[in-house]
Write a new protein. Structure first.
Length: 475
């Protein structure tokens, strides 16, 4: 079977969140078990592209409202990603640095035109390029209009029999826009316009859920959560439950391998205690922290969705009463959250390191060196950070939601290696840190949990087979 993954992100080419990690790793595992998985993203101006060889395999044009757009499909010749990789270059839409925002952190303001043009260019290529494809798999709202256009847009009728799959990585972003922008879409059967609409606007995510053959989410528990909390789409997910399934994301064990990872200073050599202590010494020296104290890390976007606004209060409350722990924060996001974290780092300089940046190498060093990882997420469809952390022997402290519930078992349960709390409640979070601190005082138990965490297998192997079974059923 020949699959096309269509996405706005793909690691390591263009990454903002977990969407990129999935699209950049799952295809490799599908290809290993007999599927031909190709990946298509927009042609951003990103550092990854420098020096890469590609061949222009298709050129085309189409009208987007009053604009007449040219595009070209670029196929990258070096198989450095582990799967066939394409970008669609659309001058004036994607020839700028950044995925959703520029270097200054501000959004571009024409996201709607950009992603509709990307989707239309992709379908124009499939139609005019005589592309051999069995299934089109779309990811998140940036590609959510593709299933509708394949079925009901007049100019893409020849694609209407190709099965489609849609994966929801985060339903909080739905891509909704006014009917006044309908002119950006190709002509379609007006009787089917209801399949675009939700709450009187065009909703790409809702449209995809209605139009595709199969809907997947990135964890089983998240699939259940959508039916009672999905920003107004609850009835839709209940109605479409018959074709929906939650499959837990995996991680790429070749990239996230403590024995070979080029981004960490000391590799795992069958002694997890030495591995953790040596890497902890490195990160603590870099951050100016005392390696004899327990080290709590936070890695991710500094936004409400991740519970990041609570982190500074947790740190300040703990350190105002105890100077017996260290905290390190890596990420960017909401400016008010960044300011509060800078303030608490200034107040407790010997115990807090605040790194307001996206730094892939530093994240690997923190996973390898920290004792615990904080993930007080309000919403976490799957979450990969907790899997990265356990792979490197860092024990996760998570809220019981979405994929965190599916992947982290509490230490009070048999086989548990993490700490879970149920509610976005300050007292529960402080109590979770207390439990972690008590665990740190029992090195024999902590080291047992570290070894057990590193032995867990969260690779894509099992999940890739589940996806292949879905594709087989559609064919």
């Amino acid at each position: 079977m020949k699959l096309f993954y269509v996405s706005a992100e793909c690691f390591p080419v263009a990454k903002v969140g977990g969407l990129a990690d999935v699209v950049g790793s799952l295809p490799k595992y599908l290809n290993k078990i007999g599927a031909q998985c190709h990946v298509v993203i927009p042609a951003y101006e990103m550092p990854w592209f420098e020096g890469k060889l590609y061949k222009i395999i298709h050129q085309g044009r189409f009208n987007l409202g009053q604009e007449h757009l040219y595009f070209e499909v670029r196929y990258f010749l070096d198989d450095i990603l582990g799967f066939p990789f394409y970008t669609i270059h659309i001058p004036s839409k994607f020839d700028r640095f950044g995925v959703y925002a520029g270097k200054d952190g501000n959004y571009f303001g024409d996201e709607l035109e950009r992603y509709i043009s990307f989707q239309r260019a992709f379908l124009t290529w499939l139609r005019d390029g005589n592309v051999d494809v069995d299934i089109v798999h779309c990811h998140d709202h940036h590609t959510g209009l593709i299933p509708f256009m394949m079925k009901y847009a007049y100019e893409f009728q020849m694609l209407s029999n190709i099965p489609t799959v849609f994966t929801i990585h985060n339903e909080r972003y739905q891509g909704s826009f006014s009917w006044s922008k309908q002119y950006l879409l190709p002509q379609f059967d007006s009787w089917k316009s209801g399949l675009l609409e939700w709450n009187n606007v065009i909703n790409p995510l809702a449209s995809a859920v209605r139009c595709v053959y199969k809907v997947t989410t990135v964890s089983p528990h998240y699939m259940k959560e959508l039916m009672y909390d999905s920003l107004g789409l609850e009835n839709l997910f209940r109605a479409e439950a018959w074709k929906s399934v939650g499959i837990l994301n995996g991680i790429d064990n070749a990239v996230w391998n403590p024995a070979t990872d080029p981004m960490i200073d000391h590799h795992y050599k069958k002694n997890h205690i030495q591995f953790k202590s040596k890497n902890k010494a490195v990160i603590c020296k870099t951050a100016g922290l005392d390696p004899s104290l327990p080290l709590f890390g936070f890695i991710g976007r500094l936004v409400l969705e991740k519970g990041a606004e609570i982190i500074s209060g947790l740190i300040d409350t703990w350190l105002s009463h105890h100077k017996n722990a260290n905290f390190i924060v890596l990420g960017t996001g909401d400016k008010s959250i960044e300011s509060s974290l800078q303030a608490v780092a200034y107040k407790h300089p010997g115990n807090v390191a605040c790194m307001l940046a996206y730094n892939e190498a530093m994240s690997h060093k923190i996973y390898a060196g920290a004792d615990f990882l904080l993930m007080p997420s309000r919403v976490e469809p799957c979450g990969l950070n907790q899997m990265f952390a356990m792979r490197y022997g860092t024990l996760p402290i998570v809220r019981t939601t979405g994929g965190l519930k599916d992947s982290v078992r509490d230490i009070s349960e048999e086989g548990g290696v993490g700490i879970r709390f149920n509610d976005m409640n300050f007292d529960q979070m402080i109590h979770a840190i207390w439990r972690a601190y008590d665990m740190y005082q029992n090195p024999e138990f902590k080291n047992y949990c570290v070894a057990a965490a590193m032995a867990l297998d969260y690779s894509w192997d099992a999940s890739a087979q589940k996806y292949k079974d879905i594709y087989t059923s559609l064919l």
